[in-house]
Unconditional design. Structure first.
Length: 203
């Protein structure tokens, strides 16, 4: 019996000896021409084609193994694909209405605080089932404390920031907030830019 690797090398060598002119003059296959010219015995052609098919299937099988996960169960072998999907957690805020400035009068200074009802109105869309963080940052102003109401619990800001954890909701949440600004001892009357910035982030 011929060694299959020897057959492939031998066939390749003989194929290079066939010219394009010979192929155009004959309608026969290359294997038939090789047999007629005593370059190869008939069984060798079959072995060469068999080896070619084997190598092709092996290469195809390698790709198949690298692509899906292999599942071996009860003595059988089958292929299956593992599909995993992750949902990106996103929170977005859309400002509906926001007061742009804060006017403090001398009477407000004498009172010690200023209430600003319904100063912020905004919509939050959140995809995280763990909820989202509603954060407040104080930019500037003569305040030592800020109280924010309109949520389930009142938010108190003692320094420059505060936050509250909000629950998950399938539908967008429309929120409206009221503020109480507690003045510092050196507060002065005047018109100030709105001092509180609101941000959201998914949990």
């Amino acid at each position: 019996m011929y060694d299959s690797s020897y057959v492939c090398r031998f066939v390749a060598e003989q194929q290079r000896k066939l010219t394009l002119e010979q192929q155009r003059q004959s309608e026969k296959k290359i294997g038939e021409l090789l047999v007629e010219s005593d370059c190869l015995f008939p069984g060798g052609v079959d072995q060469g084609l068999c080896l070619q098919n084997t190598l092709f299937l092996a290469a195809f099988g390698t790709v198949l193994v690298l692509t899906p996960a292999l599942i071996v169960e009860a003595g059988t072998l089958s292929t299956g694909f593992r599909a995993t999907a992750s949902v990106r957690k996103v929170s977005r805020i859309r400002i509906v209405r926001q007061q742009s400035q804060l006017t403090i009068s001398q009477n407000d200074i004498a009172t010690g605080y200023l209430d600003v009802p319904a100063a912020s109105r905004f919509e939050v869309k959140n995809s995280s089932q763990d909820g989202y963080l509603l954060a407040f940052e104080v930019l500037e102003g003569p305040f030592k404390q800020i109280f924010i109401s309109g949520l389930k619990n009142e938010v108190q800001i003692d320094f420059d920031r505060g936050w509250v954890l909000m629950p998950y909701s399938r539908t967008p949440q429309l929120l409206e907030l009221t503020y109480r600004f507690i003045f510092t001892a050196d507060a002065r009357p005047g018109i100030y830019p709105w001092p509180v910035q609101i941000n959201v982030s998914a949990m």
